[in-house]
Design a protein around this ligand. Structure first.
Ligand code: NDP
Ligand code: MG
Length: 385
């Protein structure tokens, strides 16, 4: 057997985690899982560890970690890692080639930086990290000569569309958005949206936070900021279009007016496989598009009145400095309050707006300054709940 790519999967028990495992299972001769991490779902981690014969297992939650060591669900030679330090250790395992960052929120920042410093390539699903600290993450990647490969369907699409093209000939990136669950819901009724309604996405089956982010379009806001860092383009070069079918994952327009798009069914395994096997291509693990059936693709401009979170993210991107970090922190706080039934759906945007108005953006000179802005924004956002 030729040398397999060795993978550490942070967020193994989540939605991206599951899809990544599907891809790894489909290519046992090319991919090998060497480390897994999650917050606290140890039963699920134990099942994955047994199925993929994984020796290195990390739990963020120290209590769950202790339980895992003692409950006998793992094989005797399992090596356990604990807490944020444990996540950073597993992300820099000497044998790893690629770290899949699929933890939700900003917890993944330190582990991803540790992996970069250890010279590992990163497959980045965890977009909040770039929104929080894109300047420092991209600088570290450059310094240590590692690749940040985009494991978000839109950004993987753009990555594919840009292949072999000249950067100076790119006019704009066009990110598609499904429009989430409430694209067509009467505007007057949005104030009554419940968490259950926001958690049912028409096209994608994802974790809770990102599903709510899709329904407010904060997700697309995070993604334009992510695109800015990944592809080094100016804010005004990034456009968003609503595409309800989620089949065209994104497009790039070049200076001559040609637009190149990437299409595949709405399942993350396509993007994940492309990134994990990059630069090679092999048959995928799911059915592909079927053009023997009628397929209609529709594109509409986003209605910014309906999606104020998106407009606020764009404002944060244009302001720059710590504004995206403030946007992201306020959004995380507001979404968890909404999921806990503490605030209404429309208050998510209102809280982000108030937090952004209350705090001044600065150009951060160090990672500590970004983390301080994040902490301050969380505190401010919480005070509005
Ligand atoms: P899920 O909520 O489904 O899964 C989150 C994962 O992160 C779980 O494995 C969870 O562990 C783990 N986790 C949460 N907190 C911590 C922590 N403090 N330390 C260690 N692990 C932790 O989320 P998704 O898979 O949907 O999303 C993950 C990331 O990928 C997000 O940043 C999201 O924006 C991005 N993304 C997701 C897409 C999707 O299709 N789902 C598409 C594109 C990007 P446990 O189970 O133990 O709680
Ligand atoms: Mg996406």
């Amino acid at each position: 057997m030729s040398e397999r790519k060795k993978i550490v999967l942070l967020g193994a028990t989540g939605s991206i985690g599951e899809n990544t495992l599907k891809v790894i299972s489909g290519h046992p001769d090319k991919l090998e899982l060497v480390g897994i991490a999650a917050h606290s779902k140890i039963k699920k981690l134990a099942k994955i560890a047994r199925e993929f014969n994984v020796q290195h297992v990390a739990c963020f939650d120290e209590h769950a970690g202790k339980e895992a060591r003692s409950n006998g669900d793992f094989s005797a030679d399992t090596k356990f890692y604990n807490g944020l330090k444990g996540l950073s250790e597993i992300a820099s395992l000497p044998e790893a080639d690629l770290v899949v960052a699929a933890v939700v929120g900003t917890t993944g920042l330190k582990p991803v930086l540790a992996a970069i410093e250890a010279g590992k390539d990163i497959a980045l699903a965890n977009k909040e990290i770039l929104v929080l600290a894109g300047k420092f993450v991209m600088a570290a990647a450059k310094k240590h000569d590692v690749n940040i490969l985009p494991l978000d369907s839109e950004h993987d699409a753009i990555f594919q569309c840009l292949n072999g093209e000249k950067k100076k000939e790119v006019k704009k990136l066009i990110l598609t958005a499904s429009g989430g669950s409430f694209r067509e819901r009467p505007f007057e009724t949005l104030s009554q949206v419940t968490p259950e309604e926001a958690l049912s996405h028409p096209n994608w089956n994802m974790g809770k936070k990102i599903t709510v982010d899709c329904s407010t379009m904060a997700n697309k806001g995070l993604e334009i900021i992510e695109a800015h860092w990944l592809f080094d383009v100016r804010p005004e070069q990034i456009e968003v279009v609503i595409h309800p079918q989620s089949i065209v994952h994104s497009m790039v327009e070049f200076v001559d007016g040609s637009i190149i798009a990437q299409l595949s069914p709405p399942s993350m395994t396509f993007a994940i496989q492309h990134i994990l096997l990059h630069p090679d291509r092999h048959p995928g693990v799911e059915a592909t598009l079927d053009f023997s059936q009628t397929l209609s693709l529709e594109f509409n401009p986003p209605d910014l009145k309906r999606f104020p979170c998106f407009a606020l993210a764009r404002q944060a991107l244009e302001t720059g400095g710590t504004a995206p970090a403030i946007f992201n922190a306020a959004n995380e706080v507001a979404v968890s309050a909404f999921l806990a039934n503490k605030i209404g759906f429309l208050q998510i945007a209102a809280i982000i707006d108030k937090t952004m108005k209350n705090l001044k953006s600065i150009e951060p000179l160090s990672l500590d300054e970004v983390l301080l802005a994040d902490t301050e924004a969380r505190k401010t956002a919480k005070s509005f709940i």
